[in-house]
Design a protein around this ligand. Structure first.
Ligand code: BES
Ligand code: MN
Ligand code: ZN
Length: 507
C-alpha cells in the first residue's frame, strides 16, 4: 500500500501547489529600501512607484518607524492602499554592492534572494498567503528568492500549511515578466529536487523515482528510457549491480535525452542511492534517516534537465541516473568481494558503504558511447566533504580549468558556490596499487577521503574527455544554512548547474 506513495504525493502537482491552495484572500506586497549615505533610506524603483500609488503613505510609514531598516530585516505596514492589505518593507543595504572576489559572490543577487525570503516569511507568518514581490531591480533573482523560500517539504503530513501564491509586481515602464519567468523555472526545478530528496525512502524507491521523473518531464521534448537489471547485466555493469544486491527493490538505470542543437551532448550523471544504510558495512543509527537524501545528485541532474528543457535552451543533454538501495541482507555484497565494472576493471569492495562511486563508475563508462562534449557527475559522495567545506559550497574535482572557471562563475551568480580540490596521482596510487585486483573502493591511506573517492571515479572516465565531479555531501541538507531555503533537503546545486549550462549555449 505504501508503494502507492507516488499517487499519494502527486509530486509535481504538489510541487506546484503554491499556485492553487491559498486559503486567505488577503494580499501582501514585498518592497525594498536601500541605505544611502546622507539620507535615512532610498526607495527602489518599484517602491517609488508604489509610494505614488499610495499617495505617499509608504514613505510616511517608513519614516514613522525611524527610516533605518537594516539589511535583511522587514517591517510590515497595514492599510496603505486598497489593493494590498499589508506591505513588507525589506532593508537591502547599500545599492550596487557588486561582485566580491574572495567571497566569490554576486552580493546584489544574494541580497535580493535573502530580502525576498525575509519579506515572504514576515507576511506568511501573519497569515498572508497571496504575496506579490517587487523585482528589486532583478526580477530573475527576486523570483528565485521568493519561490525557494515560499516552498517547504510537507510530505505525508495530513494537514498541510498553506504555501503562499507568488507573483511579480508589475511596474509601468519596466518589462520584467520574462526575467521573472526564467527565475521561477530555476527555483521550481530546485524545489522539485528538494521534493525528490526529502521524500522518505519507502516512498522514493528506484522505481518510484522513475515514475516521478516520467510525470515531471512529460510534455518537455525529453526521451525517457528506464533500463532494468537485465539491461545492466547484459552491458556488464557489475559494479552498479553489486550495490543493490542486498535490497528487495529492483535497481533502475534512468537515461534521459534532450536534443535541441547540432552538437555533442553534455552528459550529466547523478548518484541515485534512494537509501544508503551502508550495506554490510552498516552505518551507525544516528541520523541514518538523512540517507534518504543520498539520491540528491540524481534529483539535481533531473531538475536541471527539467529547467533546460522548459527554457528550450539550444543544447543536447544526456542525463544518466543509476538508482539503487544500499542495504544489508543475506544476498548483499560483502567486504572484500571483487566485482567487475563495464570497462572490465576489477574492483575490490573493501567497504560496502563506499557505494556511490561503484554505481557512478558504470555510468561513467557507459557515457563514453555518446561521445560527450563533457561529463559532469553530481553525488552525495563522502562524509569527508562535509568535514572539509561544511555547507558553504560543493566540492569540485575536474581536469578542465576552463570548465571550472565557468562553473565557479555560475556559482557566484546563483549564490550556490563551488570550490576546487585536487585530482592528483598521489590519490590514484592509493586505490590502485594492489596485487589481486585493479582498484580498491576505499584505498589504503587515512585522510583525504573526498580526494580518493574522486580518484576512484577518474579510473572510469572515458579517455581525453573533460570531466567534472561534484561532491555535494556538505550542501545536500537537511540544514544547509541558506536563509532563503527552509530546512530540509536543499536541492543544491540545481541552479548552479542550470546556469553552468546556460552560460555555454546560444542565447
Ligand atoms: N552517502 C555517503 C556519504 C555521505 C555521508 C553523504 C554523510 C552525506 C552525509 C557515502 O555513500 C558514504 O557512505 N561514504 C563513506 C565512504 C567511506 C566508507 C570511504 C563515508 O563518507 O563515510
Ligand atoms: Mn555509503
Ligand atoms: Zn552513499
Amino acid at each position: 500500500m505504501m508503494r502507492l506513495g507516488f499517487n499519494m504525493f502527486k509530486p509535481f502537482r504538489q510541487h506546484l501547489t503554491y499556485f492553487s491552495n491559498n486559503l486567505s484572500n488577503k494580499k501582501g506586497l514585498v518592497l525594498g529600501v536601500y541605505t544611502e549615505e546622507g539620507k535615512p533610506f532610498k526607495l527602489t524603483a518599484a517602491a517609488e512607484y508604489y509610494n505614488k500609488v499610495s499617495n505617499g503613505q509608504l514613505v510616511k510609514h517608513i519614516e514613522l518607524v525611524g527610516g533605518n531598516i537594516k539589511q535583511g530585516k522587514s517591517y510590515v505596514f497595514w492599510g496603505l492602499d486598497n489593493t494590498f492589505q499589508s506591505v513588507a518593507v525589506v532593508g537591502l543595504g547599500k545599492e550596487k554592492k557588486g561582485f566580491h572576489r574572495t567571497e566569490l559572490m554576486d552580493q546584489d543577487k544574494e541580497t535580493i534572494r535573502t530580502a525576498a525570503a525575509s519579506g515572504c516569511e514576515a507576511l506568511n507568518s501573519m497569515g498572508i498567503h497571496d504575496i506579490t514581490f517587487e523585482s528589486f531591480g532583478d526580477a530573475e533573482t527576486s523570483a528565485e528568492g521568493s519561490l525557494l523560500s515560499s516552498w517547504k517539504f510537507q510530505g505525508v503530513r495530513t494537514k498541510k500549511d498553506p504555501l503562499p501564491t507568488v507573483n511579480l509586481l508589475e511596474v509601468p515602464g519596466l518589462q520584467e515578466q520574462s526575467l521573472w519567468y526564467l527565475g521561477s523555472i530555476k527555483a521550481q526545478s530546485q524545489n522539485f529536487a528538494r521534493f525528490l530528496s526529502d521524500t522518505p525512502s519507502n516512498l522514493m524507491t528506484p522505481s518510484i523515482f522513475c515514475q516521478n521523473v516520467e510525470e515531471a518531464l512529460k510534455n518537455l521534448n525529453i526521451k525517457i528510457e528506464i533500463h532494468d537489471k537485465k539491461w545492466a547485466e547484459e552491458l556488464g555493469m557489475g559494479s552498479f549491480l553489486s550495490v543493490n544486491k542486498g535490497s528487495d527493490e529492483p535497481p533502475k538505470f534512468l537515461e534521459l535525452t534532450y536534443t535541441n542543437a547540432v552538437d555533442k551532448p553534455m552528459v550529466l550523471i547523478g548518484k541515485g542511492v534512494t537509501f544508503d544504510a551502508g550495506g554490510i558495512s552498516l552505518k551507525p543509527a544516528t541520523c541514518m534517516d538523512e540517507m534518504r537524501g543520498d539520491m540528491g545528485g540524481a534529483a539535481c541532474v533531473v531538475a536541471t534537465l527539467q529547467a533546460v528543457a522548459a527554457m528550450k535552451l539550444e543544447a543536447n543533454l544526456k542525463v544518466l541516473v543509476p538508482l539503487v538501495e544500499n542495504m544489508p541482507s543475506g544476498s548483499a555484497t560483502k567486504p572484500g568481494d571483487v566485482v567487475r565494472a563495464m570497462n572490465g576493471k576489477t574492483i575490490c569492495v573493501d567497504n560496502t558503504d563506499a557505494e556511490g562511486r561503484l554505481i557512478l563508475a558504470d555510468a561513467l563508462v557507459y557515457s563514453k558511447r555518446f561521445v560527450p562534449k563533457w561529463i559532469l557527475d553530481v553525488a552525495t559522495l563522502t562524509g569527508a566533504m562535509r568535514v572539509a567545506l561544511g555547507n558553504a559550497a560543493a566540492g569540485v574535482f575536474t581536469n578542465s580549468d576552463e570548465l571550472y572557471r565557468l562553473l565557479q562563475e555560475a556559482g557566484a551568480k546563483t549564490g550556490d558556490r563551488v570550490w576546487r580540490f585536487p585530482l592528483w596521482d598521489h590519490y590514484s596510487t592509493q586505490i590502485t596499487k594492489y596485487d589481486a585486483f585493479d582498484v580498491n573502493n576505499v584505498g589504503k591511506a587515512k585522510g583525504g577521503g573526498s580526494c580518493t573517492a574522486a580518484a576512484f571515479l577518474k579510473e572510469f572516465v572515458p579517455e581525453n574527455t573533460d570531466w567534472i565531479h561534484m561532491d555535494i555531501a556538505g550542501v545536500m541538507g537537511p540544514d544547509c544554512g541558506v536563509k532563503y531555503l527552509p530546512k530540509g533537503m536543499s536541492g543544491r546545486p540545481t541552479r548552479t548547474l542550470i546556469e553552468f549550462i546556460r552560460s555555454q549555449v546560444k542565447k
